[in-house]
Design a protein around this ligand. Structure first.
Ligand SMILES: NC(=O)c1ccc[n+]([C@@H]2O[C@H](COP(=O)([O-])OP(=O)(O)OC[C@H]3O[C@@H](n4cnc5c(N)ncnc54)[C@H](OP(=O)(O)O)[C@@H]3O)[C@@H](O)[C@H]2O)c1
Length: 267
């Protein structure tokens, strides 16, 4: 069996290190390179305490791409993610994007770049299975219920808002319709910002407090009844591992940009 050669950018971080440990455990993948500025020059196994994991850590994506990975995983920071993804595509890799904070315009550019080189990009705002299910249930609800809002919760140190989870959900719901606002935002009396931000036809509210990791509520309201879909995650990065492995296994079958893990799942 030919193993999938994987490079993980951000392999020393909270999410990337959990994924790197899992890649080291599975038989069908080989971790050939990692990217981290602070640990460049070391072996990843020494940095994240995995015996026998001999993947070199590079300080730049360009150096890491010289190992010719089949799949490049982007798990760093919003500010560098687009550059890393475009570099990986130019280097001939398929790309799995876990990093949040990229805009729809960024993704349009990434889609064009991926199609030019006939490579796949699978961007997943949240790899957790319960989020994939929440997305599916929310799409069903939006077909029947015209009013909804999203609340996204994360730690006080999260740089980007809203979360990748909330962005992806708003993007999906926009394909069904815009949520109805009975009082248009420009007619709100008082402090308009308290009504949240209008993103792709959905009101989105981001709460940033210590104690939260990543949670999201999709609230659908009808006269006399409400449906609240809630995903909550704890402090471990484990919920994101299985979904990311699934994405790595399947991104090579795709061309261009695909958003959401359900692109490679059967429902
Ligand atoms: N899709 C999902 O399911 C999911 C789940 C969890 C997190 N996320 C997202 O994934 C991203 C990473 O989250 P995290 O909590 O793991 O972050 P983190 O713990 O801060 O780790 C960031 C990693 O990226 C590296 N890095 C940062 N800036 C870099 C740069 N300029 N060039 C190269 N490497 C760089 C860091 O190493 P150095 O500092 O040594 O460079 C580190 O390895 C965030 O956008 C987060 O929202 C998504």
């Amino acid at each position: 069996m030919k193993r999938i050669k994987v490079c993980v950018a951000g392999a020393t971080g909270w999410a990337g290190s959990e994924l790197a440990r899992a890649i080291a455990r599975v038989d069908d993948m080989e971790l050939v390179a990692a990217v981290s500025r602070s640990q460049a020059g070391r072996m990843l196994g020494d940095v994240i305490s995995v015996e026998g994991l001999a993947a070199p850590v590079f300080g730049t994506v360009e150096e890491a791409l010289e190992t010719h990975p089949d799949v490049f995983v982007e798990y760093t920071k919003p500010a560098v993610a687009k550059f890393n993804i475009l570099s990986a595509l130019q280097g001939g890799a398929h790309v799995v994007v876990g990093t949040s904070g990229l805009t729809n315009e960024d993704y349009e550019e990434i889609d064009r770049a991926a199609r030019e080189v006939s490579r796949g990009v699978l961007a997943v705002g949240n790899f957790a299975l319960t989020v994939v299910l929440l997305q599916k249930f929310a799409e069903m609800a939006a077909r029947y219920i015209p009013h909804w809002e999203i609340i996204d919760y994360a730690s006080s140190t999260k740089i980007d808002a809203p979360s990748g989870t909330a962005r992806e959900l708003a993007n999906r719901l926009s394909r069904i319709r815009a949520s109805q606002l009975d009082v248009p935002l420009d007619q709100v009396e008082g402090v308009r910002e308290t009504r949240g931000a209008r993103m792709l036809g959905t009101q989105v509210h981001s709460v940033r407090l210590p104690g939260y990791v990543i949670s999201v509520d999709a609230i659908f309201g009808m006269p006399g009844q409400k449906l609240i879909l809630r995903h909550e995650s704890g402090s471990s990065a484990e919920p994101y591992v299985d979904g990311a492995l699934l994405a790595i296994r399947n991104v090579g079958k795709l061309t261009g940009l695909h958003r959401g893990l359900d692109s490679v799942m059967e429902f």
